[in-house]
Design a protein around this ligand. Structure first.
Ligand code: SAH
Length: 342
């Protein structure tokens, strides 16, 4: 089996060239083709001799993603089903607003978590995405942003399929590539890593010295309720999550954004609001109330506008920053929680 050349660091490539009797700088050239220029074929590497290109071809492959299906919503949102080298499919979404273009990227094929309200949880986790597969989604969406909206990608959210903190090393390597001047050169401040809350990994991320932002899918600050709708969370208590978020803040000085859906009969009472308020007071944070996108489960129905406004009012009274996020791309199943390779 030939090796995926993009699993090599620049140093390893330089080493490879030296060991095979060539100049070390060839490694830098190839690295630039692979990342900065996103070359998908050795033949494109025009500053290498034909012989060198053939030698690389004989030793390596360049695995790359392919947009298998392209859908555009009436609101401009684009959903890509992207095919990986081994025929698995994940989805990535481009979300345009007046002043920004956001890429929502996947980190795993399927998901091993079991959030009852999320369509992706119905797909078994098949494997982690490699750093280049995450990177390629971003490059693809950047190109689409230039083509359809005449501007570069401005933001990246790890809110597609999968749990990014369960594919930790590849997540970090993809972020490094996205933000490196040898890659896409995008600011880490424009990246949001969203997690369902794995305390040990949140602390690890805090120690990385990256500039990325953290979002946590909270959905309830009452342990019993949260465990019911996100059963895996019985392993991670709200107290442990809180402790990890305090650590995150002490290291990064950045607030965590709590993602929160309000459902009828699940978390729409005053007790639920009060629990969220106390949780927010104990952790430097803000709240993003996100619209529920139905996945056809009778148990989950969006709360009334009144009850959602109640959340907003009480949070604001307690000086907690709260935004209400409208969903986009619903008509093509591209909105939060709807990614299920449909
Ligand atoms: N596993 C990570 C990354 C996925 S992000 C995480 O849980 O954060 C996907 C976001 O969409 C999460 O905040 C998730 O809670 C939310 N979501 C899932 N299903 C949804 C649905 N049906 N409607 C709206 N948001 C949903």
């Amino acid at each position: 089996m030939k090796k995926d050349i993009r699993s090599f660091s620049e140093e390893q490539l330089c080493d490879f060239f030296i060991k095979s009797g060539h100049k070390s700088f060839r490694g830098q050239q190839v690295y630039e083709w692979l990342w900065k220029k996103s070359a998908y074929s050795f033949n494109d590497m025009t500053n290498l001799s034909k012989d060198l290109r053939l030698m690389l071809e004989a030793n390596f492959v360049i695995n790359h993603i392919e947009v298998d299906k392209f859908q555009q919503s009436s609101d401009g949102t684009i959903k890509n089903a992207v095919k990986l080298f081994d025929d698995f499919t994940v989805e990535s979404v481009l979300i345009p607003t007046d002043d920004r273009t956001t890429a929502c990227v996947s980190s795993q094929v399927g998901c091993s978590l079991d959030c009852n309200f999320c369509a992706t949880s119905k797909l078994r986790r098949m494997r982690n995405l490699n750093p280049d597969e995450i990177y390629d989604q971003v490059v693809t969406i950047n190109n689409q942003s230039l083509k359809y909206f005449n501007r570069s990608l401005s933001n990246i959210v790890f809110m597609g399929m999968g749990e990014p903190l369960m594919n930790y090393n590849n997540l970090i390597r993809s972020i490094e590539k996205i933000s490196s001047d040898k890659g896409l050169n995008m600011s880490q401040k424009r990246i949001v890593v969203s997690t369902s809350g794995i305390p040990k990994m949140i602390k690890k991320l805090a120690d990385e010295n990256l500039k990325v932002n953290l979002a946590l899918s909270l959905h309830s600050a009452i342990e019993e309720t949260r465990n019911k709708i996100m059963p895996f969370s019985t392993k991670f208590s709200l107290e442990d999550i809180k402790e990890s978020l305090l650590y995150w803040y002490s290291k990064t000085k950045r607030k965590t954004t709590f993602e929160y859906i309000v459902w009828k009969g699940i978390n729409d009472t005053i007790d639920d609001v009060n629990a969220l308020v106390s949780y927010c007071i104990s952790v430097p944070s803000k709240v993003n109330l996100i619209e529920y996108n139905s996945i056809g489960d009778e148990n989950f129905k969006s709360a009334s506008q009144n009850n959602i406004n109640l959340y907003k009012d009480i949070l604001e009274k307690n000086k907690i920053t709260v935004t209400i996020r409208r969903s986009r791309g619903k008509d093509i199943d591209a909105a939060c929680g709807q990614l299920a390779n449909k």
